[in-house]
Write a protein that binds this ligand. Sequence first.
Ligand code: C5P
Length: 235
Amino acid sequence: MRKTPELIVALDVGDLESAAKLVEQLYPTVTLFKVGLQLFTAEGPRAAQAVQARGGRVFLDLKLHDIPNTVAGAVREAARLGVEMCTLHASGGRAMLQTAAQAAAEAGSPIQLLAVTVLTSLDARGLEEIIESKLDVAAHVVRLASLAREAGLNGVVASPQEIGLLRTALGPSVSLVIPGIRPVWAATGDQRRIMTPREAAVAGADYLVIGRPITAAADPLKATRRILDELRATA
Ligand code: C5P
């Protein structure tokens, strides 16, 4: 039987009170919560601590990208905060990724480092504008993900369409963390290349990152239960 992917709810809010309210509504049905740039910029480490104080685990999505020493320092602090997952841009290069992986290993906490490859908001033209040459986006995603894996990272954040490609390239042990998920009954919003939770589970996702279909629902817990039922039906 296939393993059901774990749900991560994105706390894309601007203050501690709203974040805490969502965690209180959803825990323990959901135990893993994403603290991203908005909430972390507004509230700092208190955001992660507020999730943890209510029993939750934290996915710190800050998409780190800087010189190796600076990124390693941030990874050490994330590990000290007790977060379970943390993201970095694979395009920071081998030395940055390796130094980060080493910092995580030395921190002695089980923090998973996840690579961001090509932002899903970039298409072939957008990518070409940055790197000044024609490039196959899918090939570039695989190249960056492979580099991250070689450097010792644990997984990759990827669009639903990239699951098959990355699983084939990287094998079964890599964690695939997948946003861009929309149940059929939820509004698409600004997401484009989407899959339903069930489709992403069948494709082989390990974690599904879901924000607005849950956080903007009239009843977030009911929306969560509906998604979990849909996922269990695929197992
Ligand atoms: O509300 P929604 O379900 O679209 O939220 C998806 C979450 O996943 C957001 O926090 C967004 O920043 C994040 N994300 C994404 N696409 C990526 C990487 C992260 O939607 N490629």
